[in-house]
Design a binder for this molecule. Structure first.
Ligand code: MG
Length: 166
């Protein structure tokens, strides 16, 4: 048995005519995010953290922009698949912590709904998933309202036929 941490980061640009989805939760906002899937930056950052912790390839390897299967896809499905791959690599998710960086919308009113959706997709109790929001006080691309970024860390407990085991 061993503990492994993973880190994930993602950013998507705001786009008109798109539904904003963060952490699997649809949010009433004038702009959505551009992307091949539903552009859920929070799901993507967490998925990449899970894959990284499990010693697997990155998110683009498993869910390429060129794959029509993931076009406008619900990213909680992508997250569930990343969690399944980590499990297949012999890892169990201990916890996930994530931060959404955006000037708007405010994350707090949606936090509990996001935690529930993310926990369900990953297959862990809600208590194992934390989501917080922050701003960059007007600085940088999120501060200028050009898009939303998310970062995530995860702790996995791995054993058996892990990715680096013979
Ligand atoms: Mg992405």
């Amino acid at each position: 048995m061993g503990f492994r941490t993973g880190i994930g980061f993602d950013a998507h640009r705001f786009a008109e005519g798109r539904r904003l989805v963060l952490g699997g939760v649809g949010i009433d906002h004038p702009l959505g995010l551009a992307g091949h899937s539903d552009a859920d930056v929070l799901c993507h950052a967490i998925a990449d953290a899970l894959l990284g912790a499990a010693g697997l390839e990155d998110i683009g390897h498993y869910f390429p922009d060129s794959d029509p299967r993931w076009q406008d896809a619900d990213s909680t499905l992508l997250l569930a698949e990343a969690a399944r791959l980590a499990g297949e690599a012999g890892c169990r998710v201990a916890n996930v912590d994530a931060v959404v960086v955006a000037e708007e919308p405010k994350i707090a009113p949606h936090r509990e709904a996001m935690r529930a959706r993310l926990a369900e997709a990953i297959g862990v109790p809600v208590s194992s998933v934390s989501v917080r929001g922050t701003t960059t006080e007007g600085m940088g691309f999120t501060g200028r309202g050009e898009g939303i970024a998310a970062m995530a860390v995860t702790l996995l407990e791995c054993g058996g036929a892990g990715p680096d085991k013979p």
